[in-house]
Design a protein around this ligand. Structure first.
Ligand code: GTP
Ligand code: MG
Length: 370
């Protein structure tokens, strides 16, 4: 937490160092002028000496947090890609995610509880890949509205027996708007009516040009049912990720975004977050939207406890004061008091902007900021 030297504190109150040492002594705290005391002790002795305690404004802290996230200080290292699966209804998004998860995510021994988690990561021969299980999810739209990127690559699933459909086209537009590269997974090639060539032609009309037609979009023909060539898709993702040269600062205070959240009867508020920079650790204090708290426990997608999570890794967080919204960002801060101040200030601001909206105001930036 925060500390201050006795000399600095004395200077702030325009007192001699010795006077503060004496007051501390009366309180039962032995400290010399050059020693540091913690925040609570400093506040107590300040009041004891008849001064008011004024804390730094939470908006200063907020600005500092934003600066921290944006400056992304430290050495950048390669990070895994974050992949979102999209596609038309029934084209096999869930089946594909399930197949990858079933075959690539080692289930934890601890109780073996396989709980739904909106994101997971897998280890392949060519490195780690993180998948978001929430296409078109609130988090995705909310991040997009703020111009931030949640995902690095979109895998667009198109059923080979059905071809390009309205939601296929929509997904292409989403990916383009967010400048996220596409990989086409031509699914259900095990079916008798499968016609992968037709899919390629139809996508050509959408200006999604396969490599064999002189474009740069990777097409992978596979079956989410039998698992045929799913490894080919993982290879294609790794290749695309290499081209993107994805990097992040892997050390220091973590920041990221909420993928999904819920209130668990036994465990309280649970948030699945994607760490985007730094290292999120057990015991960290964090602000998360208008919630705050201390990380009581972290769980991976298999339900196993982990000590920490780095960039691009999704993890479940326990210990928040309340349930944050999907799409909310989170930042680790130095102590709980700071976390609480920022969260409460945000909450007040949010209420205020809701009132503006309710009063018929159309301050779009306020509404978007929610
Ligand atoms: P929504 O979430 O409703 O949009 O659907 P989805 O895209 O998640 O599709 P889902 O994975 O639920 O699959 C729809 C149906 O297609 C299910 O009956 C699957 O079993 C079937 N299916 C998915 N992939 C394949 C495949 O590769 N081959 C065959 N034969 N069937 C598949
Ligand atoms: Mg589905």
């Amino acid at each position: 937490g925060e500390t201050i030297t006795v000399a600095d504190l004395a200077q702030k109150m325009a007192l001699k160092g010795g006077e503060v040492v004496k007051a501390l002594f009366k309180m039962g705290v032995m400290a010399t002028i050059t020693q540091s005391i913690d925040h609570d002790t400093a506040a107590l002795v300040t009041e004891e000496l008849g001064h008011n305690v004024v804390r730094a404004d939470a908006s200063d802290v907020e600005n500092e947090l934003i600066a921290h996230v944006e400056s992304n200080e430290g050495d950048k290292v390669a990070r895994p890609p974050v992949v979102t699966i999209m596609g038309h209804v029934d084209h096999g998004k869930t089946s594909l995610l399930d197949y990858i998860r079933r075959t690539k995510v080692a289930t934890g021994e601890a109780g073996g509880i396989t709980q739904h988690i909106g994101a997971y990561h897998v280890e392949t021969d060519k490195g780690v890949i993180s998948f978001l299980d929430t296409p078109g999810h609130a988090a995705f739209s909310s991040m997009r509205a703020r111009g931030a990127k949640l995902t690095d690559i979109v895998v667009l699933v198109v059923a080979a027996d059905d071809g390009v459909k309205p939601q296929t086209v929509e997904a292409i537009q989403h990916a383009r708007a967010a400048s996220v590269p596409l990989i086409i997974a031509v699914n259900k090639i095990d079916k008798s009516g499968a016609d992968p060539q037709k899919v390629k032609n139809e996508l050509l009309e959408q200006e999604v040009v396969a490599e064999e037609f002189g474009g740069d979009i990777q097409f992978v023909e596979l079956s989410a049912k039998t698992g045929q060539n799913v490894d080919g898709l993982l290879d294609a993702i790794s290749l695309q990720a290499e081209l993107l040269e994805l990097q992040a600062v892997a050390e220091g205070r973590a920041a990221g975004v909420v993928i999904e959240s819920s209130l668990d009867k036994g465990r309280g508020p649970v948030a699945t977050v994607l760490v985007q920079q730094g290292e999120l650790k057990k015991g960290d204090y964090l602000v998360c939207g208008v919630q705050y708290g201390r990380v009581r426990a972290l769980f991976d997608e298999t339900g196993s406890q982990v000590e920490s999570a780095g960039p691009s890794i999704p993890v479940q967080v326990l210990g928040l004061s309340g349930v944050p919204d999907a799409g909310d960002d989170f930042v680790v801060v130095e102590d709980e008091r700071l976390a609480k101040d920022v969260a409460q200030q945000r909450d007040a601001k949010r209420r205020e902007s809701r009132l503006v909206a309710a009063a018929g105001g159309n301050r779009m930036e306020d509404i978007m900021a929610q």
